[in-house]
Design a protein around this ligand. Sequence first.
Ligand code: KG4
Ligand code: ZN
Length: 365
Amino acid sequence: MLLNFNSNLYLYDKKCNFAALKIMKMVYILGIESSCDDTSAAVIADTTMLSNVIASQKIHAEYGGVVPELASRAHQQNIIPVIDTALKRAGIRKEELSAIAFTNGPGLMGSLLVGNSFAKAMAFTLQIPLIQVNHLQAHVLAHFLNKPNESTPKPQFPFLCLTVSGGHTLLLQVNDYFDMVKLGGTIDDAAGEAFDKAAKILGLPYPGGPVIDKYAKDGDPNKYSFSISHLPGLDYSFSGLKTSFLYFIRDNLKENPNFIKENIHNLAASIQSAIIKSLTDKVKKVFKESTCKDIVLAGGVSANSGLRKAMTELAKRYNRNVFLPPLELTTDNAAMVAICGYYKYLNKEFVDYDVSPYSNDSMQK
Ligand code: KG4
Ligand code: ZN
């Protein structure tokens, strides 16, 4: 029987004596995420999520998108209470932490700087290791988190991953925790951006993805058709789809000023279906080319109910296993940063205090 006392695992022997045989130390990682407009902190014990606190910044809704300057200010206001709450919910004192992992890129520079600076100051004060995390790798590795008293099956390396978020659309082959090879990506807008822009055209609030998803549930996905791009290979493009949607709405509004209002469910369902078709067409292609048995979905758009259903059906048809992240781990969160930090902790991949954030799309750090 295993017992957890003061962050160490002890073995309870068969005669029920406390053998007090220390077998291994539990690793407690504090994760900090501040790359865009969510301030989040989480504590994990090895791979088990003890807390995952997210403060979403509502202020951007009135501007129809993320305003970088407002995002970094809000991170500054949120970061202390969010970290404090994450530690309290986990029931962990800061002195018990083994290391601090923080998102160092890609993302908005002003937002990243808040998490980067706070993590450095806290790690220095506690004299514990500092770990930099790549946001895109974190979305993928979210699949390796466990909930307390629950261990779900995990994808087996090498596996495929479709990462779809507000800033990224990537098809990856994941050979190991930190060996991810890009097979394809977007040449313009990301899938989440396509959802957000379509929502804006329909006069819906930001972020538009969840709102379109909600309206689409009661709409006919085949009511309207919009042209999707057919780039060769495994790359994506969403800017043409956005433009055709914009012109279609504009032309119909000229005929009927109530066109959006009267057709909102069918419009949402049809644009959602076009984005999903664009995404799944390339997945079909990669299924034909790759021998990987497992595919995982990652990133904010992986919360989309239509995409989850389409990927589940497609995987079944091609005899693959699909792994869908729990909804709470789809959009930006710090638990995914902490799990990335955990695997780097095991490899002793620590950074010094002079490490700077990066805004570019690197998958390497
Ligand atoms: O991963 P994420 O939180 O942030 C980035 O790293 O970009 O993704 C945010 C994106 C937004 O574009 C949002 O509209 C989209 O994820 N999203 C959705 C849904 N929930 C969030 N898109 C479609 N359907 C959803 N249910
Ligand atoms: Zn993200």
